[in-house]
Design a protein around this ligand. Structure first.
Ligand code: URA
Length: 205
């Protein structure tokens, strides 16, 4: 089946995911699940944590305040957002933007695994500690798990069923909302992404 069809099937399944602890609230709040968006052949995949209020109201990932920071970082490195694929581990909004619970990660992560398998990115940029931890565990790199302050900006090779890829753990863009210094650190991580792309990718300038 072609990529678009496979991705559409994921969307259909998530829309009907009544067994999710977040399903009822999605319906009550007239929200949408946030499946992911972007290029189905993306070389870079950004993986966040879970949708916030604006994302759940629109069904689009990273379209609120944290998304604005992500857009600033992408603009700084001259990278078009639509060239990438952007998604989250958890596809429905946790109430009051609390951290995702282990059972929520458990129920939604298989969809993320399928998205990775379909898109087959060369670089996975994990945004925030939940995403870094999940991705490192997924690729059997548990021994690399450290606090996000130590992981940020340090690329790690991972073996996948379609070859060796790079994982680039970065801080979650939300850390930079009220913190200029953190925004500079975050931006440095994006410049590193640019370097990685220059070395090996079709997105290089
Ligand atoms: N934070 C996330 O982790 N993902 C989004 O889509 C928005 C905010």
């Amino acid at each position: 089946m072609e990529k678009t069809k496979l991705l559409r099937k994921i969307k259909e399944e998530i829309l009907e995911l009544r067994e999710s602890p977040l399903y009822k609230k999605r319906v009550e709040d007239k929200n949408f699940p946030v499946i992911g968006e972007g290029n189905h052949d993306a070389e870079v995949m950004f993986i966040g944590e879970a949708p916030g209020a604006k994302e759940a109201a629109t069904g689009r990932p990273f379209c609120g305040t944290a998304g604005k920071i992500l857009d600033d970082c992408l603009e700084a490195i001259n990278f078009k957002r639509e060239e990438s694929y952007i998604t989250n581990i958890v596809k429905d909004r946790p109430p009051r933007n609390r951290d995702p619970l282990p059972e929520e990660i458990k129920i939604y992560a298989p969809f993320l695994d399928r998205q990775i398998n379909i898109i087959q990115p060369k670089i996975i940029v994990s945004l925030g500690r939940f995403s870094a931890e999940y991705i490192l565990k997924k690729f059997h790199l548990e021994e690399k798990i450290k606090p996000i302050t130590l992981l940020h900006g340090k690329p790690i090779d991972a073996r996948t069923n379609y070859g060796i890829i790079k994982i680039l753990p970065l801080f979650h863009p939300a850390v930079a909302i009220y913190n200029r210094e953190k925004k500079d650190t975050l931006m440095e991580g994006f410049f590193l992404l640019k370097e990685i792309l220059k070395k090996g990718g079709k997105n290089s300038e």
